[in-house]
Ligand binder design. Structure first.
Ligand code: PRP
Length: 215
């Protein structure tokens, strides 16, 4: 198939990518070379079906889709909200379910309920700001981190965190509790605005096939 008629899919690296590829396989679009454990390849093709896949850091997936370097992206809603890119969100994939929470140690209760300046560590500054500024009507200091956010209140970097909770194990094992749920989250399919028009038929049939998987 010609390159420009291929459908290019950007997948957020990790658990979501694995789950997404299982779904692609179930609708007949498999990509065996992607399963090779030690591969350093970045692009994987199923030429017969006209699909091309690549793995990217999650926050980069909406960027690839907005600029049209990928027609489709599979990524968590947390990343879509945080990145604020102009893309079409077309499907809730109903996996990767978790929630964005405000959490902290027991001792932060009065800080959470009070009005003094507090420090909030997070990988999601936009989501955290939106929650505290617009829902709680208070100004907070946001400290951007890139991972293991639960560490921050334990070592005294922040009072609270705004982070993803899936099973709650990480919070529990580190003596932290949930103060509020910001929003529920799940994996989403996003589509580039131009691809949505130019490759409408193929994208519609892909969405239809994914929906049928759930039935
Ligand atoms: C995510 C999240 C929490 C953890 C929650 O981290 O940031 O740390 O998973 O999962 P749980 O409620 O099931 O314990 P991730 O594993 O993505 O790594 P990171 O801490 O480096 O961001």
């Amino acid at each position: 198939m010609e390159n420009d008629s291929m459908i290019t899919v950007a997948l957020g690296k990790g658990r979501l990518a694995k789950k997404a590829m299982e779904c692609f396989e179930r609708i007949g679009i498999s990509c065996d070379e992607m399963k090779e454990p030690d591969t350093r390849k970045l692009i994987f093709e199923n030429n017969e079906k006209g699909y091309r896949f690549f793995l990217a850091k999650s926050p980069d997936v909406p960027t690839y889709v907005e600029y049209g370097a990928a027609d489709i992206g599979i990524v968590g809603e947390d990343t879509i909200l945080e990145e604020g890119r102009t893309v079409h969100e077309v499907l809730d994939l109903h996996f990767g379910k978790c929630r964005m929470c405000i959490a902290g140690p027991e001792s932060a209760e009065s800080l959470f309920n009070g009005n003094s300046m507090i420090k909030v560590a997070t990988k999601y500054p936009r989501i955290a700001k939106d929650y505290f500024y617009n829902k709680k009507n208070r100004t907070v200091e946001i400290i951007k981190l890139n991972g293991s956010v639960e560490l921050a209140p334990i070592v005294g970097l922040s009072d609270l965190i705004c982070d993803i909770v899936e099973t709650g194990t990480t919070l529990f094992e580190n003596g932290l509790k949930i103060y509020d749920t910001v929003c529920p989250l799940s994996a989403r399919m996003i589509v580039n605005q131009v691809s949505m028009k130019m490759k409408r038929e193929r994208i519609d049939s892909l969405i239809k096939a994914w929906k049928e998987l759930e039935e």
